[in-house]
Design a binder for this molecule. Structure first.
Ligand code: SAH
Ligand code: SF4
Length: 392
């Protein structure tokens, strides 16, 4: 690990929630409409005003009601009296040698989450957090050692996307064009930051609906990938109510090993999980499911594991994403050797599965998969807390 190349400490003063004003960021279209009606916008205008406001907020990235020039002065004044347009606060931004950016973001209550932007050729992916900490306790995951503090609101989730667009300077400039031509800097979202998105379903769904809305951020549903450790009862709902791509933290080929690596397996085992996954592509008419598989030296990386994985995937449109284990202080595992990872990938490829090896990005700033954990919440869980949180 090397020292981060640059570290900016932003000194944006922390905004305290101003009493009585509702933050509009994160409201779905119907909720936004209802909020407008509540402040006296006549019903018959409400739909049009919602559309106008929506475009200002999510297409143009405007946060000042006074600048919303197609609304009358009177409406603008009323909006400013009753509402705010608040994003989470950007605390620090670190830029890795490889261009990866890691943002530390503070949300109400003073909690912090991390957000990672990964630039790629002609595109860029934002890795978004859905919870502060995680109730689950996957034994190889740094976030898993942090207590769950709380679920993020929809506004805090879509707010991460908006903050990143602010930082990348990616909002179109009014009067200059819509900004839709050419490749986007932030073209994809992965729900692979801190937390289990399916344990915060409604907020994740509402935030992603906003990100997908064609009159705003307008990322297609195939540009969003939700990663779950395997919350089986919410998988069908994800297909119906979000319709994005799905990734699953699979990581083992026997229940005995998966029980240790991904303890939610004790509640929904491999067979139950695979049954739910078989239905997903049919329900969304979508592409393959991504099976994430962390390569842990001597734990889950044998040829026998690779062959078993091929058998388990039978009948599921799948690709396997092999993730070299990213170490963190005190981690109980080692990364598999490059030769081992390649041998494992070869077995999968010979069986017809695309199995890219995920290149760790932003390791010098601890931004790689599974390394996220906010500095203020470094408290380690006790066994009793783990038992209380998970019921496992
Ligand atoms: N909670 C969700 C999403 C966040 S984790 C889930 O578990 O799917 C994103 C991916 O990184 C998951 O596949 C996770 O298992 C993996 N991961 C966690 N810790 C890791 C580590 N130390 N090294 C490599 N991958 C890790
Ligand atoms: Fe939570 Fe995912 Fe980490 Fe497991 S891998 S502890 S589900 S964040």
């Amino acid at each position: 690990m090397h020292a981060p190349v640059t570290q900016d400490v932003h000194t944006i003063p922390r905004k305290l929630p101003e009493s009585g004003r509702t933050n509009l960021i994160g409201l779905t279209r119907p909720a936004l409409r209802a909020a407008l009606v509540e402040i006296g916008i006549p019903e018959k205008q409400a739909k049009m005003r919602t559309g106008q406001l929506w475009q200002w907020i999510y297409h143009w990235g405007v946060r000042d009601f006074a600048a919303m020039t197609n609304l009358s002065k009177d409406i603008r004044a009323r909006l400013a009296e009753s509402f705010t347009l608040d994003l989470p606060e950007l605390v620090t931004r670190q830029v890795s040698e490889d261009g990866t950016r890691k943002y530390l973001v503070r949300i109400a209550g003073g909690h912090e989450v991390e957000v990672v932007y990964i630039p790629e050729e002609g595109r860029g992916t934002l890795c978004v957090s859905s919870q502060v900490g995680c109730t689950l306790t996957c034994s190889f995951c740094h976030t898993g050692t942090q207590k769950l503090v709380r679920n993020l609101t929809a506004g805090e989730i879509v707010g991460q996307v908006m903050l990143a667009r602010d930082d990348l300077g990616e909002w179109p400039e009014p009067g200059v064009g819509t900004g839709e031509a050419g490749p986007r800097l932030l073209s994809n979202i992965v729900l692979m930051g801190m937390g289990e998105p399916l344990y915060n379903f409604e907020n994740v769904r509402d935030a992603m609906k906003i990100a997908m809305d064609g009159e705003g951020i307008a990322l297609g549903r195939r540009r969003i990938t939700l990663s779950t450790s395997g919350v089986v009862p919410e998988i069908a709902r994800t297909a119906q109510e979000i319709g994005c791509l799905l990734a699953v933290s699979f990581h083992a080929t026997t229940d005995a090993t998966r029980d240790i690596l991904v303890p939610i397996n004790k509640r929904w085992n491999i067979e139950t999980l695979l049954a739910a996954l078989r239905e997903y592509p049919k329900a969304t008419n979508s592409e393959r499911i991504t099976f994430e598989y962390v390569m842990l030296d001597g734990v889950n990386d044998s040829d026998a594991d690779a062959h078993r994985l091929v058998e388990l995937l039978e009948g599921i449109p799948a690709k396997v994403n092999l993730i070299p284990f990213n170490e963190w202080p005190g981690a109980p595992y080692k990364r598999s050797s490059n030769n081992r990872i390649r041998a494992f990938a070869t077995i999968l490829m010979q069986a017809g599965y695309a199995s890219p090896i995920r290149t760790p990005r932003g390791e010098d700033i601890m931004a790689a998969c599974g390394q996220l954990k906010s500095a203020t919440e470094r408290q380690r869980k006790s066994r009793a807390q783990i038992a209380a949180e998970t019921g496992l």
